[in-house]
Design a protein around this ligand. Structure first.
Ligand code: ADP
Ligand code: MG
Length: 509
């Protein structure tokens, strides 16, 4: 199979030409939540829970009557039923942000618990989770999996979904993450088009599809969209979506039980297998080796495989080259940070789903200009402004947005790159920039290098291993040592402290 690897912007406009688009427009690919879920305002995440869905519907109707349309529309309508854990009798409800989840929990938690208990006595508790809990970076996110995709006990066994498709030991798909809801722009058009091609029943001519890019840029969204599209086209398709962590966990459990065979068989029975965030596995330990062999076998068995990671296959650490070439032997598509126009379009699209929120265009433009980090944060900002305006009965204007988002705006102020730090520090100490990555250890280059590592840790969100890599492939312990060293020096040596201060000012300025 030919290997195709493109960077965004090289090819494909948003929306591919020719038959594929005609198919989509012709309705064959109509993929929105209505196809698989009851059209009841908010759409529940979990299929296969009919009595729960019914109960939830009555509870919502009751609440709408009780609290009035305005409050209901703003706070309660967005609540989604995503799960029920029969073990502890807890219903899990999701909101789009931590703020919303807390607010609803504080103001309506008891009422909801009561309502659930009176509808279904087996429900003993109601839990609230936030769907957009930030995954700031790989390391933290791995310890704190996004709750909305948390392991679902209902999905842990093969469960027929309401639309007839089968969930094989996976996690449910988020009904909001469809192609229809995905705004396409230069930054993501390659990934978007590749995903749509992969969602066609006809062989896309490549396998696997490997999507990579920074956090919060829409990788999981595209992955789920592929699942929805398949399901719409082939209702009996077996679609498995799993975070790599869950995969890892189950795989290790299977190894302990000396039964990896049936685990692999279960995965092989999927028509489409989607593994999210594989960077958590790469370079961890020996089990990652097994993981990638399994992936390999699954591709060999002709199953469609979609993988996402925060970096390209080549940048995944410590992976055997033949496995690597298999992984990158399909289509590798990057998702880049959104440019201004895309950010603007995403906010506009989002506001269309929030009819109660009036956000004047200058505020929309302001947010699109200033919140550059990622789409998740952008969505969070829009939600926060809308929610606070609602809570305080305030009109949304520029002042209000600035006030409400002070912390987010500060964090988005300016992105300083490691490259910039290396350049600036080399200039300052009059050494060649190549010394930043060189192996030379003499004091006149080692000290500036340490200062640059220290600044990289202070001024960028990069992890220690990543910083080490950018400084000539040094180990993260070297970075830790540099950071400690400079901290110590700053406390004892006023000259060094001055110099570091000056560099920080220049870099931030
Ligand atoms: P990732 O998996 O890359 O970390 P997600 O797919 O979870 O990012 O996206 C984060 C949030 O941003 C989701 O709510 C998603 O719907 C939204 N999002 C990202 N890209 C787009 C886009 N192009 N159009 C609409 N929403 C988007
Ligand atoms: Mg993701």
């Amino acid at each position: 199979m030919a290997s195709v690897s493109l960077a965004s912007g090289e090819k494909y406009p948003c929306g591919m030409e020719g038959e594929f688009v005609a198919d989509i427009r012709g309705g064959q690919f109509l993929i929105n939540s209505q196809t698989s879920l009851p059209a009841t305002g908010g759409t529940p995440l979990m299929p296969a829970v009919d009595p729960l869905v019914d109960a939830w519907e009555s509870i919502r109707n009751g609440l709408r009557r009780d609290v009035g349309a305005r409050t209901y529309d703003h706070w309660l309508k967005p609540v989604q039923l995503i799960d029920y854990d029969p073990e502890d009798g807890a219903v899990v409800l999701a909101l789009s942000s931590r703020f919303m989840a807390d607010w609803v929990s504080n103001n309506f938690g008891d009422r909801l618990r009561l309502a659930w208990r009176s509808m279904m006595p087996e429900v003993r508790d109601v839990r609230f989770v936030a769907g957009d809990q930030a995954r700031p970076d790989g390391a933290i996110a791995s310890a704190q999996p996004s709750l909305i995709h948390a392991t679902s006990p209902l999905a842990a066994t093969d469960a027929p979904a309401t639309d007839g498709s089968i969930l094989v030991a996976g996690s449910p798909l988020d009904p909001r993450f469809t192609f229809d809801n995905f705004v396409c722009g230069k930054a993501n058009e390659l990934a978007f088009n590749a995903a749509r091609m992969f969602a066609q029943p006809a062989s896309p001519g490549f396998n696997p599809l490997f999507l990579h890019g920074g956090t919060g840029l829409g990788k999981t969204h595209l992955m789920h969209a592929i699942g929805h599209a398949w399901r719409a086209h082939r209702p009996d398709a077996r679609i498995v979506y799993m975070s790599a962590e869950k995969f890892m966990y189950e795989f290790v459990a299977a190894m302990r039980a000396r039964d990896t065979f049936s685990f692999k068989e279960r995965l092989r029975s999927a028509d489409v297998l989607m593994i999210d965030d594989v960077q958590f596995i790469a370079g961890k330990d020996s089990t990652q080796e097994e993981f990638f062999h399994t992936m390999n076998e699954i591709i060999a068995a002709g199953k469609r495989l979609v993988i996402t990671a925060d970096r390209s296959p080549q940048d995944l650490e410590r992976i055997e080259s033949r496995i690597l070439s298999r992984l990158s032997g399909g289509l590798v598509a990057d998702v880049n940070p959104a440019d201004y126009e895309l950010r603007l379009n995403i906010i506009i699209r989002k506001l269309e789903t929030m009819p109660q929120t009036r956000m004047p265009m200058p505020v929309v433009e302001f947010l699109a200009r200033r919140i550059t980090s990622n789409i998740r944060e952008l969505e969070g900002a829009v939600n926060r402004v809308a929610a606070y305006a609602m809570l305080q009965s305030r009109e949304i204007d520029l002042d209000f947005a600035q006030e409400t988002l002070a912390d987010v705006l500060r964090a988005n102020q300016r992105r300083i790159s490691i490259d910039e730090i290396q350049r600036r520090v080399s200039e300052h100490f009059r050494i060649r920039q190549a010394e930043m990555t060189s192996a030379r250890r003499s004091r006149d280059v080692a000290r500036p290098r340490q200062i640059a590592m220290y600044l990289a840790k202070q001024l960028t969100p990069r992890s220690l291993p990543e910083i080490g890599r950018r400084f000539g492939g040094r180990d993260h312990t070297t970075v830790i040592h540099a950071v400690r060293q400079i901290e110590k020096l700053r406390a004892t040596d006023a000259d060094i402290d001055q110099e570091v201060r000056l560099l920080i000012r220049q870099l931030e300025g």
